[in-house]
Ligand binder design. Sequence first.
Ligand SMILES: C[S@@+](CC[C@H](N)C(=O)[O-])C[C@H]1O[C@@H](n2cnc3c(N)ncnc32)[C@H](O)[C@@H]1O
Length: 312
Amino acid sequence: MNQQFAKDVLNGLNADPKTLPSKYFYDKKGDSLFQEIMALEEYYLTRSEYEVFKTNKGALTKTFLSDVEKFRLIEFGAGDGYKTKVLLNHFLQENVEFEYLPIDISGNVLNQLESDLKRELPDLKVRPIQDDYFHALEKIENGSTRSVVLFLGSNIGNFRHNKAIEFLTELHARLKPNDLLLIGFDLKKDPKTILNAYNDDKGVTRAFNINLLHRINNELDANFDTSKFVHYPVYNPLTGTTKSFLVSTTAQTVEIMDAAINFDAWEAIHTEVSQKYSLKDIKRLAEESQFSVVRNFFDTRNYFVDSVWQKS
Ligand SMILES: C[S@@+](CC[C@H](N)C(=O)[O-])C[C@H]1O[C@@H](n2cnc3c(N)ncnc32)[C@H](O)[C@@H]1O
């Protein structure tokens, strides 16, 4: 049994309000549901960032190679690498000297990525690291080669503001002055468009959220009846925060190992945050963590921005 998972679940469900960390969405089923989400009409994020990379792969290569001849590409929360492959392909075609270090908490998705890359891009040098972002940070030795750190797909938005600052500040301490950071930010837009991305018609985001309860049942000997929880996302345009909840439709007690967790009727578990940003928010976040924005790359609809940062 994963002791940390057990501890985090019990702490979260004994808290008031109840919470579960979103990093636990990604077991084998969660990975595959997330890949379905990326293909959904409503989930504009993946298509927007894919377009940014397709259109700007030449300019991004130039930026990454400014003043240096090679780099290490370190990606936090790489997932299946769908969008990153646009860049990897381009770098190989252009004979760029680089090594790719994908980091992910999900061993399943990393194995899938590694075997896909072996097959599709056999010349690529890949060194996967399975770990939580914060532990992975400690594992990365920073030699003299430029590091280009990728944090794509709005992964940063899954952090609350304080946690984002903590992560970026730790990253800052480990980077050299000429290293680069490329972060994907989902931009503020029509609130309906944003909310729909977390509440698709086919119910895939619902299944993704509910899967967290299945995972707890499977791995922590629990007895959630998932038919007694509903998926409920909200978007607050004042704060730019999307939150997803699982709401208990009835008063019930759930057993997890030896613990009994009581739910009141309509009590919610908060499972995910997805922060949306304005360009001002992004500049402020960079400044608060002692980075400065080098250049922003947008899609044609201005739905999404990939922002390149350097240490101030
Ligand atoms: C929303 S998906 C995005 C995947 C990819 N970056 C993209 O843009 O398509 C988030 C990925 O980050 C990983 N992840 C989430 N929390 C993590 C954490 N705390 N440490 C390491 N990886 C994490 C998940 O396993 C998942 O593959």
